[in-house]
Every structure is written in C-alpha cells, then in structure tokens.
Design a protein around this ligand. Sequence first.
Ligand code: ATP
Length: 137
Amino acid sequence: MQVSTISASIVTPNGTVYEGNVHMISVRATGGDMGILPNHIPIVAPLKISAVKLQKEDAPDEYVAVSGGFIEVRKGSVVTILTEAAERKEDIDTERAQRAKEQAQQRLSELNENTIEFKEAKQELERAENRLHVASL
Ligand code: ATP
C-alpha cells in the first residue's frame, strides 16, 4: 500500500521521545546520511551520535538528538529509531551539556589514549557536543 506520510517514532529505554506522522526523516547512519521518504524500502541501519531531522509539510522542522542506536524502516512507511538516549531540541538542557562537555574534555586530558575510560570520555564528549549542536539548530 502506497502512503504519503511516515509514521515515525523515536524510542529509548526511558520511553518514547517522539511520535508523529512526517514527510521526511533525515538521519546520519554510520554508512552516510540518509533521507527517508514515504514508501522507502525496508532497512535497518546503525546511527551515529547525531541529529535526526523530522519534516512535515505544514509545520516547522523538528530535531532530536540521538546517542547512536538503529533506524528501522518497515513496510507501510513505519520508521522506528531505537536508541539509548534521545532528546527533542527544545528539551535539551544546554548548561548540563556544556558541563558534560567540559568534564569529558578534562578527563580526556588526564587519561591514557589506549584505555576504555578514554574511549568512554570521547563518547561522552561526542554526546555533549551533539546536544549543543542540536540545541542550536
Ligand atoms: P550527563 O553527563 O550530563 O549525564 P550523559 O551523556 O552521560 O550526560 P546519557 O547517559 O547519554 O547522559 O543520558 C542519561 C539521560 O539523561 C538520558 O535520559 C538523556 O536523554 C538525559 N540527558 C543527558 N544529557 C541531557 C541534556 N543536556 N539535556 C537533557 N537531557 C539530557
């Protein structure tokens, strides 16, 4: 069945962060940027720590910060993004993200590059920078 909108949801272990009918979803997959339109072929793809853009025809674009995860496109234009953490642009606490960014930078300057802690701090920095970026869109 051909449909003209996508039924989109962004789901985390803490609950659903976004649910709505949209005309296009833009995501950053590990393999590159993807724009999903209605009737897209079914896929599953891993996402980077990045911004998800949700476009409607008659409303302003919406943005959600995601901490990686997966996008699943199913038949009938049903799209689910499943991720560890996600925040809508307007729910991002920029002071908290700025603090997290500074803490991660501090830790990175103190840690040895070959440790798991260093990798974790790099991910923390990426999440904080992504939140600051999405809040500024
Ligand atoms: P922090 O060090 O500030 O906790 P973090 O990257 O370690 O940041 P996460 O583990 O990714 O945080 O997320 C924990 C929970 O807090 C999630 O529900 C996430 O959506 C929320 N969260 C994290 N940072 C922010 C923020 N700046 N604004 C709003 N919600 C946030």
